[in-house]
Design a protein around this ligand. Structure first.
Ligand code: ZN
Length: 324
């Protein structure tokens, strides 16, 4: 039983010189630098080795590191997969089915691109104010000011305006009204057909199969990218079953399936349910090392790419010292 480093990635692409320079992600060149850094100081392991260490006492090397990529972006095929092959490293990819198979955008991604498309965030906030005041009775909402006071607080790298928009549309409002507002804003500011945009943004099934054949691990991230800890038991079961069907269609060995909680949304009940379904490993978004005991195997914390150096000449930080 040891503490290993699992790193979480989302967008990996050329950002600065792109159509959407405000998208928060990792530049492809920095990904390469980070791999060089990791290669110098850590030992790359595969998800299957981690499963073996949890359930069959397989001994992982010291300073083990595992790379995980969430949300099924085409970045992972175009930019990540070739570099991983060059370094002979496995990545584990957590793919929402709706995005990849059905070419529908996740709300969370719509919000990223709305924010990236509009320079003056107050424009979006005025739209939201209008929409809330107009849907108040139908959806039993509070006044706009209630939400603004509650949510508009500067946090980490985001302004109060951006945090308000993200928290309101990702967490605060119920799924139905939230989806309606997000769709309105996406149509207004992106002016592109959702399914076209989804095809540009996400992997397709051919790419997923090719990555699997190339030695990558493909795991469960649900169908809709809902918060799993807010679903009723039968809704969660549906999310997982749809996802497992998809994985098995892709050729994944689902006797050894793994998951990443969308938004890190775990709870005791969700964990218990995943255990019943024979999930082998599940990753949260808690910033921590991952412990390979059976007890912790469905609550594995991850480091963000930003917690690890992107300069191959730097020395390792405290996370390195803490790992086995
Ligand atoms: Zn996700």
């Amino acid at each position: 039983m040891s503490d290993i480093s699992v790193i979480m990635y989302h967008y990996v692409r050329e950002i600065k010189n792109s159509r959407f320079p405000e998208i928060k992600g990792l530049e492809t060149e920095l990904f390469r630098e980070q791999l060089k850094f990791l290669k110098k100081h850590y030992n790359f392991v595969t998800t299957e080795e981690v499963i073996d260490s949890v359930y069959n006492n397989y001994k992982l090397p010291t300073k083990s590191v595992l790379l995980t990529f969430d949300d099924g972006y085409v970045d992972h095929y175009n930019n990540v997969f070739p570099i991983l092959q060059e370094f002979d490293v496995q990545g584990s990819f957590y793919i929402p089915v709706k995005a990849v198979r059905d070419h529908k955008m996740l709300d969370v991604n719509k919000i990223h691109f709305i924010l990236a498309a509009v320079f003056d965030k107050n424009k979006i906030i005025l739209d939201i104010k209008f929409l809330i005041e107009n849907s108040k009775l139908e959806y039993n909402l509070h006044d706009f000011d209630y939400y603004y006071k509650k949510l508009a607080v500067e946090w980490r790298h985001d302004t109060a305006e951006v945090i308000f928009i993200k928290r309101l549309l990702q967490v605060e409002l119920a799924e139905d009204v939230r989806g309606k507002i997000v769709d309105f804003l996406f149509d207004k500011y992106l002016q592109i057909n959702e399914s076209e945009f989804a095809k540009e943004l996400y992997l397709n099934e051919t790419q997923v199969k090719e990555m699997l054949k190339g030695g990558m691990h493909i795991g469960c991230h649900g169908y809709n990218h809902f918060w799993w800890n807010r679903l009723k038991a039968e809704e969660l079961e549906k999310e997982i079953d749809l996802s497992l069907n998809f994985l098995s269609e892709m050729g994944v060995d689902i006797s050894n399936w793994t998951a990443a909680y969308p938004y890190g949304s775990y709870s005791e009940e969700v964990e218990k349910f995943l255990r019943q379904k024979k999930c082998r490993l599940a990753f949260t978004s808690e910033v921590s090392l991952a412990n390979t005991s059976i007890k912790s195997s469905l609550l594995m914390g991850r480091l963000d790419t930003n917690n690890i150096s992107k300069n191959s000449n730097e020395l390792p930080n405290d996370w390195y010292k803490k790992s086995n």
